[in-house]
Design a protein around this ligand. Sequence first.
Ligand code: PGA
Length: 256
Amino acid sequence: MIKTRKPVIAGNWKMYKTVTEAVAFVSELKLAVGGIGNVEVVVCPPFTALAKVAEALGSTGIGVGAQDVYWEDKGAFTGEISAVMLKEAGCRYVIIGHSERRQFFGETDAFVNQKVKTVLEHGLVPIVCVGELIGERESGITEKVVRLQTEAALAGLTADQAAGLVIAYEPVWAIGTGKTASDADAQQVIGFIRGVVRHLFGAGAAGKVRIQYGGSVKPQNTVGLMEQPDIDGALVGGASLDVESFAGIVKAAAGI
Ligand code: PGA
């Protein structure tokens, strides 16, 4: 299927890989996927490895993202990292509002919105995560949950800013569990999210915003997901930690 939006495959490494391991990984990755031009590839290592990974990737076209950010540029905020720091370290993307941050670190929709705005102000690309819990899906309120999360995360943005975002739909019950949403279920919710963006910002932004699926993505299930008209790539956790499986996902998305 021909899509006008370039798919983006991002690896969310979570709290895995030391600096040495991270650099060794990307040295192999660039050989495996270096020449692929029709898919954007991004790796999101822990903060400690960002600068070295960016240096190792150089001008390969493989992008570097952080897994979180704080919304102040600097100050007495022990333990936090600003967008200014991320940018200087070589980041182009920042994952915001991942369900693990919402679940374990008290991240709220209001925090997510502040972080999205800050990241955009600094010229970085937010990868905004939304998704329902299993209980919410079983109660039939998936659409309501992702609509509220999306509206809150994108509050106050311009249509141009919304058009440049990456949104990742990650049903929380599919993360790290081996249970993927079916292609049709993922398409249904992602199409719905695109409709929310259309309602908020118009058809132009809705046609441009890239919406990924995330949750137990592997090389074997990538093609089916990517064939869906509204799915523009994947946010990959576990399978992004191994060069062969991550490269397999990138190649499947590239139609190779
Ligand atoms: P998973 O994680 O691919 O291991 O399910 C996805 C994510 O948390 O972004």
